[in-house]
Write a protein that binds this ligand. Structure first.
Ligand code: PNS
Length: 161
């Protein structure tokens, strides 16, 4: 049976760190569902449609990456998608607390849900969507940090020097 895994996140917007994880996951699994959370309590910079549009452009070169949105519980989405595999990226030790909490919460909800952790390349260990949003909001250079589609959307929102 083909191995399918879900890579969930907010992707507000996708960074090169996310892309690195998706590329690694796509080598391991037959299908990687990149699942964009919407309707959560967080205030997002980009609406879900725009986050999806950016992702679509950024993932063009990965044929086994499939884009979807979800709301509600990840455990339910996994059930509906017919997989029990979730991928999360780890950058630094400080990520662990949060990841530990969400992994065990998901396991509580769906005991057979397995979370597979992939480590990002060290050069992305400082990188997050919030860091990128902050730099862009001050019109700093984010070209090296995000795929071109994210950079274009951020420049469009905040302007560039
Ligand atoms: O990119 P993020 O914001 O770190 O992703 C977090 C995400 C989307 C994976 C997490 O918030 C999530 O799965 N939310 C769905 C609601 C849910 O299932 N909650 C229970 C586990 S915390």
């Amino acid at each position: 049976m083909p191995k399918k895994a879900i890579y969930p996140g907010s992707f507000d917007p996708i960074t090169n760190g996310h892309l690195d994880i998706i590329e690694r996951a796509a080598q391991i699994f037959d299908e990687v569902i990149v699942a964009v959370l919407h309707n959560d309590a967080k205030q997002h910079l980009f609406p879900v449609e725009q986050r999806m549009e950016i992702l679509r452009a950024a993932l063009q070169h990965i044929p086994n990456a499939v884009l979807q949105t979800f709301d509600g519980l990840l455990a339910d989405f996994a059930e509906a998608s017919g997989t029990n595999l979730v991928i999360r990226g780890l950058r630094v030790v400080s990520d662990f607390d949060y990841e530990f909490q969400i992994t065990l919460t998901n396991r509580q909800l769906k005991p057979d849900l397995e979370t597979v952790f992939l480590m990002t390349d060290a050069k992305y260990s400082f990188l997050s969507s919030s860091v990128v949003r902050q730099i862009a909001s001050f019109r700093g250079n984010i070209e090296q940090l995000v795929p071109p589609a994210s950079a274009a959307a951020l420049k469009n929102k905040f302007g560039s020097r």
